[in-house]
Write a protein that binds this ligand. Structure first.
Ligand code: ADP
Ligand code: TRP
Length: 328
């Protein structure tokens, strides 16, 4: 059984982009993989300064993982844990930072993007990919499922693992990344990449009324109802397609409605209504489960305790070998 590791930062409410780009893959893989899925709480310190907010977001990500369908009770090989419960990853990050050329960090595009968005240029943000490499290498996974924007970080991880193995002997497996089939970056309500930190996201757990209001706010152009429209250029359609799937009959049907004209023409309001209904339908189970989980903190605590124990076992082994290899 192949081992999988992935995680998300608890930097705000998860959105349908996180689900479509990352979490959906985790859920699909758990039937036949050994899953290590964690909450990247140390990473979130690069953007979150309020301890209460960090604690609440960390807990919320765990609940959302479970609500979206990760299920350690049905899949004993699925482990969910908090990064702070395996603090040895910070030691491994140090070992890796000592073999990482500074020029490699200079090339990381996520750092530049985040600075451009207004995050403060801390050393932690700058070396963020090294800590991510440590998360990954610490459990020796075969596969790392991520969204497209994370590919460079996995390439850095592979490179650091190779450099380390070359310098000190084989300690790390070289992991591969895995993208969702027909992976798409979902745009947010303003047409830019949907992101927790852009204020343009859609939270699938919102109450119905505010959810509908949010969807109605998606930016569209002013093409009149009776004119044909290009679905590929419309944010509403792109979100719909990202969630339902490129070849799903509902996506193909909506595309045809965009292209229709005259009395058959469709207004953007109808497309938004279709997206709203898709979201309610797609996340019906998740929304129900999430309410149950919020009312069952004991179960969530148990998931995290078991997950931490499983992760610690793997991490302890890798760290021991890495320490020995470097001469500690
Ligand atoms: P955010 O930009 O909202 O802070 P993260 O950078 O924490 O999201 O990403 C968490 C995971 O979700 C990553 O694997 C990322 O590739 C995926 N992801 C984030 N935003 C999107 C999006 N708009 N479309 C598809 N996948 C996304
Ligand atoms: N950088 C990832 C993101 O923003 C989160 C992350 C941290 C991660 N460590 C990881 C993802 C290890 C995969 C593997 O989404």
């Amino acid at each position: 059984m192949k081992r999988v590791l992935s995680g998300l930062q608890p930097s705000g409410q998860l959105h349908i982009g996180n689900y479509a780009g990352a979490i959906r893959q985790f859920v699909d893989m758990q039937a036949d993989h050994e899953m290590f899925v964690f909450v990247a709480s140390y990473h979130a310190l690069t953007s979150t300064r309020d301890p209460d907010v960090l604690r609440a977001n960390t807990r919320q990500v765990v609940i959302d993982y479970l609500a979206f369908g990760l299920d350690p009770s049905a899949h004993p090989n699925t482990h969910i844990y908090l990064q702070q419960d395996v603090p040895q990853v910070t030691e491994l990050a140090w070992l890796l930072s000592c073999i990482c050329p500074k020029s490699q960090m200079d090339k990381a595009t996520t750092y530049k993007d985040k600075i451009a968005r207004g995050l403060s240029a801390s050393v932690g943000l700058y070396t963020y990919p090294i800590l991510q490499a440590a998360d990954i290498l610490s459990v020796n996974p075969d596969l790392v499922p991520v969204g497209k924007d994370q590919v460079q970080h996995i390439e850095i991880t592979r490179d650091l693992a190779q450099k380390f193995n070359h310098a000190y002997g084989d300690v790390f497996k070289i992991p591969a990344y895995k993208l969702q089939d027909d992976a798409e970056v979902l745009p947010g309500i303003d047409g830019q990449k949907m992101s927790k930190s852009y204020g343009n996201d859609i939270d699938p757990f919102m109450d119905e009324k505010p959810l509908r209001k949010r969807i109605m706010k998606i930016k569209t152009d002013s093409t009149p109802v009776e004119d044909p429209k290009d679905p590929d250029n419309c944010t509403v359609f792109q979100i719909f397609r990202g969630l339902a799937g490129r070849n799903d009959p509902r996506t193909l049907d909506l595309a045809n409605r965009y292209r229709a004209s005259g009395s058959q023409g469709m207004g953007y309001g109808n497309a938004k209504q279709a997206l709203y209904e898709l979201i309610l339908d797609h996340f019906a189970d998740a929304r129900k489960r999430r309410t149950e989980l919020i009312n069952d903190p004991g179960y969530v605590d148990k998931v995290l305790k078991d997950g931490a124990a499983a992760a610690q076992e793997k991490v302890a082994d890798v760290i021991t070998r890495a320490r020995q290899a470097v001469g500690l």
